[in-house]
Design a protein around this ligand. Sequence first.
Ligand code: AMP
Ligand code: ZN
Length: 664
Amino acid sequence: MSIESQIKALREELREHNYNYYVLDNPTIADFEFDMKLKQLQELEDQYPEYYDPNSPTLRVGGEVTKNFETVTHDYRMYSLDNSYSKEDLLDWEKRIEKIVDGKVEFVCELKYDGASISLTYENGTLLRAVTRGDGTQGDDVTTNVKTIKSVPLQLKGNYPERFDIRGEIVLPYDGFHKMNEERLAAGEEPYRNPRNTASGSLKLQDSAEVAKRPLECLLYSMKGRDLGFETQFEGLDKARQMGFKVPEASKLATSVDEVLEFVEYWDVHRHDLPYETDGVVIKVNNLQQQEELGYTAKAPRWAMAYKFKAEQVSTRLNEITYQVGRTGAITPVANLEPVELAGTTVKRASLHNADQIKKLDVRVGDEVYVEKGGEIIPKIIAVDFSKRPADSKPTEYITHCPECQTELIRQEGDAKHYCPNENGCKPQIIGRIQHFISRKAMDIEGLGGETVALLVNEGLIQNYSDLYVLTKEDVLPLERMAEKSAENLINGIEASKQIPFERVLFALGIRYVGETVAKKLAKHYKSIEALSQAPIDDLVSVDEIGDSIAESVVQFFQSEEHRGIVSRLKDYGLQLKLSEETLANQTDKLKGLSIVVSGVFESVSRTELKKLIEDNGGKVSSSISSKTNYLVAGDKMGPSKRTKAESLNIPIITENDFLELIK
Ligand code: AMP
Ligand code: ZN
């Protein structure tokens, strides 16, 4: 088989596996096997760039950065939907329809997915562009980001119209949403409020590699175009499925408003079993000919109607407002409620978010409040029943001092939250930081749990995480429920954590905004805590993906004498505060500060290897030539336009051997 057919066959095979996995939720090979095949394809593509295909499965991992999203005009306007709330509304709608069209009217009922609407344009079977709804007439071109969503086919299957738009909703399933929030909390960041906003926010991220990491899904519901080859909406859904799109199976045909209501009632209950958020049902006239006769109002089609599920709501009494202090010192007001049943669980607490929210709702202790459970994990208070407000009620005064340590709270400009600045003397902050330090993704200390940390702090045995390393078995034995064996395990676990690699220690330190990924980037770039602690802001922001707030937070962390003392103790105890010899052996600074573009095919190394060599030697691999490029490493079959551009900008063009000399 020729190389070209080999590459094509692999792409075809991987596409099919992607489809089975992400669209049908029914994988037929093991993840590992899939990864191996993907790797094999990646290597072939690196070696033979002449067979480049913008729709290759290897490009799903993203990497392209969009600075400004281009505005594009939709071929077909994206309308809004009219809303209905009752059987009467639906019967009225049916009457209006029957006045306009002749013959029997059939309806399709679909779920109303709650995410970010998207319009995908396909031409000759490949994805041409993906555009947000915007104002309905024009939206933003977010193609690079949407291409990373695995359930969006880059290449269609079977028969497809030459050019058409397909509409859908990009959603973030609950599982992925919760996982993202766990990671944010671990990095000391505010969790995202709900899946919908997170999904639409994701589409506008500049770095598509970041989008690729988010488990977004694209659910499709309608096609627009000429000569589509079907006559009803219901057939259209099926056609879309056959082309490889993810179209949920829940849709149903109905011949009367009563049947529509059956669908609504069924899903009002069963939607809670779906992996993603829905906020209602969309009912559409099935026959496309009839749809055309009905046409549009200024805002919405006359042939479709949304029926919103009632968000589950109850009212109950607000007994008390308490304030929680997080590990970063952030204060969160919590409403303590008279326990009440809501959507199958007993609700006792609701988040009030911050001082502004309390003011906006004018919520007071003693009020009867309405509580709603939406996509959020914690229910929220949406309004106060003012008619039931006690006569002697007083406006809520937000606390001015920390409920735990009585320090005066601060609130920075532009920040909705109040903070307790007493980071070294405020118990929940002390305990929270140590709990983060020992957590699984950080130091992963076996035999030590969150409760024991609290005990150790409360007993005065430790003040900060470096104190863990001087604990003895005798120290911990007197603790509640601590037996000989568990004390031993605890001490051994702490000892073993001294082998945890530098990037995880860096994450464990709990520097604000330094999550797992950022910690890895910083460790790789600075190689030791020494170098990192001395880096000024402008040097930090020059590191790939490190922005202003991260840089400021790192500098602030190391400015504190206290922190420097703790870090120096950790070093004395033998923790890994620099990259290991082994990692370092393959790294130099020879290309420090250089931006290098690689193009063409090479003899002694693959393109991937070449890029790794650049990074390991401190250089930066860049994908396009600009005045900031220092070298262009040119291999065989390099594109002529790259050469011309490099020449016009006077950028040195070097060979593979020249390059290898550079790093020798
Ligand atoms: P609204 O924004 O409330 O006017 O509702 C219109 C939006 O509902 C559309 O822009 C779609 O993105 C979204 N939607 C979700 N599911 C469906 C569906 N099955 N059919 C049509 N629109 C849907
Ligand atoms: Zn405090």
